[in-house]
Structures are given as structure tokens and as C-alpha cells.
Design a protein around this ligand. Structure first.
Ligand SMILES: Nc1nc2c(ncn2[C@@H]2O[C@H](COP(=O)(O)OP(=O)(O)OP(=O)(O)O)[C@@H](O)[C@H]2O)c(=O)[nH]1
Ligand SMILES: [Mg+2]
Length: 383
């Protein structure tokens, strides 16, 4: 259901979108909250505003702490490699042990609860790429503490690994982690449809319909314009309606791809693990961080979960690059050209491709040609 906000409230929301500092954002949200009528149709929105305000307050506090020389390690981890994946779980589930086994990270493993107090980072190699694994400090079941910051790590990541301890009840850990994420607006269930809105400075409103839009494009433009948005790319995935467009505007729920690692399988009752795997809809892999397991299989599963492809660019007459470009599944030659340089789009003549998406090696294609994992692309520019 679209929230049907009065113009005054929409104007306040525009102010929030335009705010730059966390302090400005917080003030704008306070005003927005005051202007939103409270009824059934705005319940979710109001909840989201409150949550967002709490996050902003935390961010402001963290910054002030840093300014006062509070220094120390940060909860913000710069992305590196093909994707950033957060290891999330309760204490002593074996996150540090896994991180040590899968990467070069030097991190402390211990039987003392809550040993990891700041995010720990390591790079996990897979074929010709690397995943950045980030161990989040353990989720505190009672709430509070660093839980908000842990949710922030999850929100900023490209994917999540839930680490469960097979020597304890699996279902209650799994459900507990899901509701923890949900309380911060993160879902692991792929929505039926979803919308991404990227605001731009010019070019009007462009709708890229990759799925099925269950309303007219005019409705979308009207809705966005009523929020003062005149330039944006709106991407529609799966089946989405006007409500989903508005939800995307408020970033109410963020979907993250995920998988479950059932750790300490060496201590587990095999039958209960089996029945858990059969029940959950998320892919789940039983492992033992102490005994070791198939790292390649995990890499492959992560790669598939992330919905990414590797594309190798090649200059005319030269060799393909050793390091692939990482693109979203469904990307086209246009995305490759754009990621090299804006000029490669402007001066594009044609591209030659080799690999799965090519009908034959060296096929000539245009900008709209969709690529597959492992493709080699050579872009030829106009003279
Ligand atoms: N038997 C067995 N023990 C494990 C396994 N993985 C980890 N452990 C043990 O479980 C304990 C906790 O491991 P950690 O890796 O420190 O757990 P954590 O999830 O990082 O916990 P925090 O202290 O909250 O950071 C240690 O004593 C590990 O040796 C496993 O696969 N099998
Ligand atoms: Mg740890």
C-alpha cells in the first residue's frame, strides 16, 4: 500500500535525501517523522524512520568518539576484492576459527565468549578472484552493545554467511539471527520483486524494466516527482508495483544474499543436522573449521550466491587481462565500456566477444549484448 503522504511530509523527506551530514539527516528525519500522519498505512514507514534515526545517532556518536581521540579499530571496513562477505553468528560458533582457516587473517580463537571485539578481515582466494571475509563481533542475544554496529556491517556488505554451532540447537540460532537482521531492516529472503532507485543530476527519470512492473511508468514518474525527484534510474527486478517503488525510496528493507555454515559438525548429531538442512530455504553447508573442509566448494557456492560474473577485457591485438572485471549478472557490453572509461561508450564502434555468450569466437556485438561469466570482451572504438 502506498503511504499517500501529504505534500508537507514529502517535502521533509526531500530535505532528508538532500542532507549531507549525519547531523543534518537526523534533524531532517525528526521533522519528517513529525509530519507523517500515523495510521496503519504508515506503520512500517514510521518504524523505519525510528530505526534510521537510531542508526544516525550511533554514527554521530562514533564520529565524536573518534574526534576525541577515541581512535582504535573501526566498524567500517573498506571493500576489497570481488565482494565483501560478513560472517555473522553467536559467540563461540567458530567465526574466528573459520576466518583463520579460509584466509590469511591473524585473529584470536578462544573459548572465552566475545573474544572478537572489532571486525576481523581476511581475503579468501577463489580461482582468479578473492572474497573479503569480515568476521563481525558476535550478535548479543539480549540485544544492545555493539549489535547496531554489527547490523551496520551486514547492511554494508555484499552478502552474509550465518555461522551456526552444530553442537547447539540449530533452529533457534538460525531464527534468532534472522529476527536480529529483520529488526534492522535486513532480509535474507529474496523478495518477489524489488526496485532500485539511483538518483542522478540530469537526464530525467529512466525506467529499466528487467522484471515485470505492475503499474504504469507514468505512475512511477508521478510518484517520484511528488517527492521532488526529477532525475533517476529506476531498475525493476522481478514483479514489482508502485508500493515497491516507494519502499525503495525509503530503503525500508534491504535484501542480502546469504548462506549458512553449520560449523562444528565434528561434534554434531548427524540426523538433526540433516533435518535442519532439509527444512531451511537458505543453502546450508555442514563444515568443521577444526577438521577442515572443501574450500573450493564454499568459494563456488559464494560466487553463485552473489550473482556476479567475471569479464576479461582485451585490447585489440593484445592479450586478455589477467584480472577480471566483476559485474552483476545480466550486465552488458555497455557496463564494461562504462567501467573502463566514459569515452568507451561515446566512441564505441563495436565489440568482439569470446566465451559463453558468444555464438562463435570473436562474434561482433553491440552495447546491449548481455555477457556471461568468463567472457572476453574487446572494444573497438570509432576512428
Ligand atoms: N570441535 C570444534 N570446535 C570448534 C570448531 N570451530 C571452532 N571451535 C572452537 O570453538 C571455540 C570458539 O571459537 P571461535 O572461532 O573463537 O568463535 P567465535 O565465533 O569467533 O567467537 P567470539 O569469541 O564471539 O568471537 C574455540 O574453542 C574453537 O576452538 C569446530 O569446527 N569444531
Ligand atoms: Mg571471534
Amino acid at each position: 500500500m502506498v503511504t499517500n503522504l501529504p505534500a508537507e511530509a514529502k517535502a521533509k523527506f526531500v530535505k532528508y535525501m538532500e542532507a549531507r551530514t549525519p547531523e543534518e539527516k537526523l534533524r531532517a528525519l525528526e521533522e519528517f517523522l513529525a509530519a507523517v500522519p500515523k495510521h496503519k498505512g504508515t506503520e512500517n514507514l514510521v518504524r523505519w524512520i525510528r530505526k534510521r534515526m537510531a542508526e544516525l545517532r550511533e554514527e554521530i556518536e562514533e564520529r565524536q568518539h573518534k574526534k576525541r581521540g577515541g581512535g582504535g579499530p573501526s566498524f567500517f571496513i573498506e571493500k576489497e576484492g570481488a565482494a565483501q562477505i560478513v560472517l555473522l553468528g553467536y559467540t563461540k560458533s567458530g567465526k574466528s576459527t573459520l576466518l583463520k582457516y579460509l584466509t590469511d587473517a591473524r585473529v584470536e580463537v578462544s573459548d572465552t565468549p566475545y573474544t572478537t571485539k572489532f571486525p576481523a578481515v581476511g581475503m579468501m582466494p577463489f580461482e582468479d578472484i578473492q572474497f573479503q571475509l569480515v568476521e563481525a563481533p558476535s550478535v548479543i542475544p539480549e540485544g544492545g552493545g555493539w549489535n547496531g554496529k554489527v547490523a551496520g556491517l551486514a547492511k554494508n556488505s555484499d552478502g552474509i554467511i550465518l555461522v551456526l554451532d552444530a553442537s547447539r540447537d540449530l533452529e533457534s540460532q538460525f531464527n534468532g539471527l534472522l529476527s536480529f537482521l529483520e529488526s534492522y531492516g535486513i532480509t535474507l529472503t529474496k523478495p518477489r520483486g524489488y526496485v532500485e532507485i539511483e538518483r542522478l543530476h540530469s537526464g530525467g527519470i529512466r525506467i529499466v524494466n528487467i522484471g515485470k512492473l505492475r503499474c504504469s511508468e507514468i505512475d512511477v514518474i508521478k510518484l517520484l516527482t511528488s517527492y521532488g525527484i526529477r532525475n533517476a534510474v529506476v531498475k525493476v527486478f522481478g514483479e514489482a508495483d508502485l508500493d515497491d517503488v516507494e519502499k525503495a525510496l525509503f530503503e525500508q528493507v534491504i535484501y542480502k544474499p546469504s548462506l549458512v555454515l553449520i560449523n562444528k559438525i565434528d561434534l554434531a548429531d548427524v540426523e538433526s543436522v540433516k533435518s535442519f538442512i532439509d527444512k531451511v530455504s537458505t543453502p546450508a553447508i555442514p563444515v568443521s573449521a577444526i577438521k577442515g573442509f572443501d574450500k573450493y566448494l564454499l568459494g563456488k557456492t559464494l560466487f553463485n550466491m552473489l550473482n556476479i560474473i567475471r569479464v576479461y577485457t582485451k585490447p585489440p591485438g593484445g592479450e586478455p587481462s589477467k584480472k577480471p572485471l566483476i559485474l552483476k549478472r545480466g550486465s552488458t557490453v555497455y557496463d564494461v565500456a562504462k567501467s573502463i572509461h566514459e569515452d568507451f561508450v561515446k566512441k564505441f564502434a563495436y565489440a568482439k566477444i569470446w566465451g559463453k555468450s558468444a555464438k562463435f569466437p570473436g562474434q561482433r556485438v553491440g552495447l546491449e549484448h548481455a555477457l556471461e561469466d568468463g567472457d572476453i570482451v574487446e572494444i573497438v572504438l570509432k576512428k
